[in-house]
Design a protein around this ligand. Sequence first.
Ligand SMILES: [Zn+2]
Length: 155
Amino acid sequence: MTTERMNVESFNLDHRTVAAPYVRVADRKQLSQGDVITKYDVRFTQPNVAHLEMDVIHSLEHLFAESSRNHSDSVIDFSPMGCQTGYYLILEGEPDVTATAALIEATLTDVLKATEVPAANEIQCGWGANHSLAGAQDAARAFLAQREAWEQVTA
Ligand SMILES: [Zn+2]
């Protein structure tokens, strides 16, 4: 493993030191016109110990991406990590972790009430058959149950 600083923020994070679930600022970037965007690391499972199954992480992506925009105009993107342990939530501006956690909590509370996964079909999604509403709701429920621990990133 290289000890040089790498371009990608999370490649410089020692994943052995974190304690999921957590919500942490991964990056803040000032764009060329002066606007600032903030990227949150929303970690659901302990890295290299557990992960979300593909259909689960996929459905939760759809549910969160659609519902979060009912709570905030600042959502730019919500995308799963390739390691399937969490998501990146990119927001306009510099919302602090408290405000971001409130957005996540409100959105996941919606997820628990959902009766279907939005856009889970071959027209609106690239793998419309690969979904699990029940799995996404189980993951949301487990994450919400750890609400008090979200802001504690390391053990
Ligand atoms: Zn999809």
